[in-house]
Design a protein around this ligand. Sequence first.
Ligand code: MG
Length: 357
Amino acid sequence: MRRVALLGATGSIGRQALEVLAAHPELELCALQSLSTPLDALSEEHGVAHAQVGGDPIELLERSEPDVVLNAVVGFAGVRATLWALEQGVTLALANKESLVAAGELALAAQSRGGGLLLPVDSEHSALHQCLAGCDAATVSGLVLTASGGPFRGRDRSQLTAVTPAEALAHPTWSMGPKITVDSATLANKGLELIEAHWLFGVPYASIEVVVHPSSLVHSLVRFRDGALLAHLGLPDMRVPISYALTYPERAATPVEPLDLVGLSLDFEAVDDDAFPLLGLARAAGERGGTAPCAYNAANEVAVHAFLEGRIGFLDVAEVVEETLARIDAAAARDLDDLVAADEEARRLAAKGLQPA
Ligand code: MG
């Protein structure tokens, strides 16, 4: 029996994780956490003794003694649980990409002390993890992340000035929560994933490409030095990477629709950096290092929130992030306190950037 603590239980990943857990009797749900949604009904339905709404997740994790922490919290709020699991050597199934973006260096240091497994739940990174299984790192020449392109693929800048939150929330292939769906529309999500891939797989930014793939059937690829590419294919269904991480390395049977290959064609396009500058800004923040990725994430969270509330336009999201990054010093974080301070400073600068000049 594997005991699973589910953080972010009421979000999109949380709900799909509950489906996966229900299909696998060898997995026991031992703890539930949500940011603000009540959990009474869910705890009763799943017979979970430990549940917590809001507050510090560490106390809940220490009480419930999980074998696996599925961290599906949205945003920087997921950092504490990520660092705790890695430090304790508890297997971390990570859907909270922001924690690795903001705290990549601290997370890897915690993992090397704790010695536990870090399994990505992001579909692209799960794909890369699977393509890289059993490979000698020296044979890998690069990673290719695929991006659906979001609902505004093919539009130029002038066609993006007036788009609404409702339009940004209509994702063509993946069904996800509002923050990540807007991030998919701006390509900030791919920017976060680029930084996430760098930390997860130890590959330099210059060797990580991003390519637009509208049907989201190829979830990512690995290039090898002999010219071979390994790709991971499947229907866009988050239950697959969730199941992979929770049952690793058994790859337990999961009731998903099979992908019909007949008649299938795979299209790829270049990213339009002019219309979607947040990907390039993420690459620059990653290469700059220190707390620059943390600031990128913080400014983006503030700007996306303001966009969803109708306070700024779609293209302003990238501007707020760019201006924030121009104003920070990006010094490295020695510990979580430094990181929290860098996150707060970037949020303050981003909020200032939202005011009319
Ligand atoms: Mg993803």
